[in-house]
Design a binder for this molecule. Structure first.
Ligand code: ADP
Ligand code: ZN
Ligand code: MG
Length: 474
């Protein structure tokens, strides 16, 4: 047997830090980056006698996530205590939902090869974050600002079969939390964190193998690498006659390998029990329907409509909708052009890198970009000029049409104007012409380049090529 006879079986547990204004069970602020221990109170520090009160915004956000992932929103759910000691957890238990989570039985569809893979979501539950330990040479400091910050944990069924599918699923989840506005979904800042559960089995087998959990991976790239190396490790172990032990491992970014941290704890170790300080969470149908109305059109829906309305490829539509800001921008701009395909090319090739994780403002005025697409679509300027105008538009806004007139950038499509230039290009580049005629296709570029330069880049390059060809071949 070889590695190609095996497949990986992957389930993901994703933690999403919610951007509610207050913590889950007290009034403390959740703003990121405040001085250590400046956002704490008796409740989140677990002073004796302090009582938690559930922040209803957390419930609303959980419902949004549940709706967007096709879950059942449970009319009654409940908080439990997960007991364990660690210095970043002053309460010595985490308030979480174990037995009765708020959302159950959903799914997310992700692109896989030529088709679609449905990743089922077993549950989404609400819980709280712990504090942060900062290790120094002199010792360790504890910052409790994050204690009690609300999290959602989204648990998938073991439905992903490859690193690509797992990453596609994470990207979808990130888009979902961003579209619904419940989190900024930044993996590098920890607002989207992921544990990967992975087992292997021979292709065609039904039963799952023993799984290993890889904790807290903080980038898409590391998720993919961790999966690939863990898959390989498990297969090699089985092939050499070994057995997989259920354990928790961590991924080392430097070596690209996973390392054992501890053997897996049992649920019993946490002594879960219902939190006696918190009443059950009740959600009415009316509340769910009211929240459903606040959810914007999601990526999947936009993708499908772009493919039909603008004849975009699945790839183009997927890329455009990955990011809500970019998709909104496209929708604003496409209303101002008759050439959506050209607009899409400009956005995907030149503008998408400018939509960073922190984008709050469009990098270009969408009206101007629509006008630029028209100029290109109407052949009034060539792509060279288009790129130059776009560069200027990124610096400050103007009307591209007026700009083209003012700076005389219109493309030269007139054969009689180009004729002498083409003749000069041929005459000065005899060598290249000869090479071209001798079979060296790329040699023609020098001749075209000469003509382009002679027109300050304004000639229609396709027409120039055609004319040179006519002049030397025919
Ligand atoms: P626990 O109660 O120990 O947390 P769960 O049943 O809740 O275990 O599963 C945790 C995660 O592990 C889920 O994402 C699930 O899909 C995944 N998982 C469970 N069994 C397997 C398996 N055999 N292979 C890969 N992933 C698995
Ligand atoms: Zn507090
Ligand atoms: Mg679990």
């Amino acid at each position: 047997m070889s590695i190609t006879d095996y497949e990986s079986v992957i389930g993901l547990e994703v933690h999403v830090e919610l951007n509610t204004t207050h913590k889950a069970f007290c009034e403390c602020s959740t703003t990121f980056g405040a001085p250590p221990n400046s956002q704490v109170c008796p409740v989140c520090l677990a002073m004796p006698g302090a009582l938690p009160v559930l922040n209803r915004e957390v419930v609303d956000f959980a419902i949004k996530a549940g709706i967007a992932t096709h879950c059942t929103i449970e009319p009654v759910s409940r908080f439990d205590r997960k007991n364990y000691f660690y210095p970043d957890l002053p309460k010595a238990y985490q308030t979480t939902q174990n037995d009765f989570p708020i959302c159950t039985n959903g799914y997310v569809d992700v692109a896989s090869g030529d088709g679609i893979r449905r990743i089922r979501i077993s549950q989404i539950h609400m819980e709280e974050d712990a504090g942060k330990l900062m290790h120094h040479s002199e010792g360790t400091e504890i910052d409790c600002n994050r204690c009690g910050v609300p999290l959602l944990e989204i648990v998938s069924e073991p439905d992903a079969r490859s690193a690509e599918e797992a990453v596609a699923y994470l990207r979808k989840l990130r888009a979902i939390v961003r579209y619904t506005g419940i989190s900024d979904g930044k993996m590098n800042e920890g607002s989207l964190r992921c544990d990967v559960n992975l087992s292997v089995r021979k292709k065609g087998e039904e039963a799952y193998g023993t799984r290993v959990e890889i904790k807290n991976i903080n980038s898409f790239n590391f998720v993919a690498r961790a999966i690939e190396s863990e898959f390989k490790r498990q297969v090699e172990l089985l092939e050499s006659g070994g057995t997989i032990v259920q354990e928790t491992r961590r991924f080392d970014e430097k070596t690209g390998q996973t390392y054992s941290m501890r053997t897996k704890e049992d649920a019993a170790d946490y002594r879960y029990f219902p939190d006696p300080d918190l009443v059950p969470v009740r959600v009415t149908k009316e509340e769910v329907e009211a929240i459903r109305k606040t959810i914007p059109r999601m990526a999947d829906e936009r993708k499908a409509s772009y493919m039909v309305t603008y004849q975009l490829t699945p790839y183009e539509a997927e890329r455009l909708t990955e990011d809500k800001e970019m998709s909104d921008f496209f929708e604003d701009a496409v209303a101002h052009t008759s050439y959506p395909k050209i607009l899409v090319n400009l956005i995907l090739a030149d503008i998408s890198p400018l939509f960073t994780e922190d984008t709050v403002e469009y990098p270009v005025n969408p009206v101007s970009l629509g006008a630029l697409s028209d100029l290109l679509g109407e052949d009034e300027i060539n792509s060279n000029t288009g790129r130059r105008i776009l560069k200027s538009l990124l610096e400050n806004d103007f009307d591209p049409k007026a700009y083209v007139e003012e700076h005389q950038l219109a493309q030269i499509n007139d054969r009689s104007v180009l004729e002498p230039i083409v003749q000069a290009a041929i005459a000065t580049n005899k060598r290249a012409v000869k090479d071209y005629l001798g079979g060296k296709e790329t040699a023609l570029r020098a001749v075209i380049g000469f003509a382009m330069k002679a027109t300050q880049g304004r000639a229609n390059p396709l027409l120039v090529e055609e004319m040179i060809h006519e002049a030397i071949v025919e």
